[in-house]
Design a binder for this molecule. Structure first.
Ligand SMILES: C=C1C[C@]23C[C@@]1(O)CC[C@H]2[C@@]12CC[C@H](O)[C@@](C)(C(=O)O1)[C@H]2[C@@H]3C(=O)O
Ligand SMILES: O=C(O)CCC(=O)C(=O)O
Ligand SMILES: [Fe+2]
Length: 338
């Protein structure tokens, strides 16, 4: 059974109509989202060259990763080392867990309280509603899980394979920005990372609501495993572009922490997910995060951001989402912010 999306939709639509009648400014939502967007293939990088390639091929691969992270903030990796078997098992377990009744998911004892999310609790207007449900799970919940299930063991396996890829990419990006690459193995240990399982149910009003509202990720980098339905879009050169699914590839995107740590060299790019009227969509994301006490320090003579801990960043994001209905993110931590 789906979460009560229709009810929240009706409530927010009613609010929008009454506001329009009463001339209260609530930006109409008919809508930037339907604007034509180009479908493109993101840069595709064969990362097996980092391990099997000769010196020249390795260097070329590193440069490809760094360039895509500077120019797109997004790229795809193939021959990434995460086995098809683990990916398929992850997807099957995910489909199974979302099939459970809404009441069971929302009171789920599988993971700690608040891991299951649907819609956008803070939404005060239609444009803030996300037509999706997710389990946003801290890895500690999985490693400490005493009742060993196929779900938790599959998540553990998916996470350990993703972790290896995430370290490898983060180390390349550190090296190419002149930073020490051991930072990640020291500060982003297994238990500080997050795994997120997303489900986007079919939506009867696809032109009026997002599957996932525009956001940047609050981590160092994200590894995304999506199905072939499509719907992910990102901003490039001030335009929304749609990502064409590639069955062989995983998507990598730079998060806020890497943008700050690299002093804006690598870009944490806004992205969103569009809904589909008939087909449900699934994706799984692995977020490379440091411990809450880790300090994100820009290395530069003129750092764009002040030093901040991951704890501070998360708390600020949560406070903004609660108070304003959206995440402000990095601009809050700019030096000379006024
Ligand atoms: C309402 C919100 C929660 C969120 C930030 C946002 O403003 C929009 C999307 C949400 C999201 C989705 C991806 C990540 O899980 C997340 C941590 C992020 O960076 O953007 C969450 C944010 C959150 O849950 O705090
Ligand atoms: O489902 C997708 O394609 C993107 C999901 C996403 O952006 C996220 O979970 O942060
Ligand atoms: Fe995201």
């Amino acid at each position: 059974m789906d979460p009560p999306f229709n009810e929240i939709y009706k409530t927010l639509l009613y609010k929008q109509i009454t506001n329009t009648v009463n001339n209260v400014s609530d930006i109409p939502f008919s809508f930037s989202v339907t604007a034509v967007v180009e479908e493109v293939e993101l840069p595709v990088i064969d990362v097996s060259r980092l391990i099997d390639g000769n010196k020249k091929e390795r260097e070329k691969c590193k440069e490809d990763i760094a360039r895509a992270s500077r120019e797109w903030g997004f790229f795809q990796v193939i021959n990434h080392g995460i086995s098809m078997d683990v990916l398929e098992r992850m997807r099957q377990e995910q489909i199974r867990v979302f099939k459970e009744p809404f009441e069971k998911k929302s009171k789920s004892e599988k993971f700690s309280a608040g891991s299951y999310r649907w819609g956008t609790p803070s939404a005060t207007c239609l444009r803030q509603l996300s037509w999706s449900e997710a389990f946003h799970v801290p890895m500690t919940d999985i490693s400490d899980n005493k009742d060993f299930t196929t779900l938790s063991s599959t998540m553990e396996k998916f996470a350990s394979e993703s972790e290896a890829l995430a370290y490898m990419l983060a180390e390349v990006l550190a090296e190419k920005s002149g930073r020490k690459s051991n930072f990640f193995r020291e500060n982003c240990v297994r238990n500080t990372c997050y795994l997120r399982m997303n489900r986007y149910p079919p939506c009867p009003k696809p032109s009026e609501v997002y599957g996932l509202m525009p956001h940047t990720d609050s981590d160092f980098l994200t590894i995304l495993y999506q199905d072939q339905v499509g719907g992910l879009q990102l901003i490039k050169d001030n335009k929304w572009i749609a990502v064409k699914p590639n069955p062989r590839a995983l998507i990598i995107n730079i998060g806020d922490l890497f943008q700050a740590w690299s002093n804006d060299m690598y870009k944490s790019v806004e992205h969103r997910v569009m809904t589909n009227p008939t087909v449900e969509r699934f994706s799984t994301a692995y977020f490379l995060c440091p411990s809450y006490d880790a300090v994100i320090e820009c290395s530069s003579d003129s750092p764009a951001y002040r030093n901040f801990s991951f704890r501070e960043f998360r708390q600020q994001v949560q406070e903004d989402v609660k108070k304003l209905g959206f995440k402000v993110g990095l601009p809050r931590f700019l030096n000379h912010h006024y």
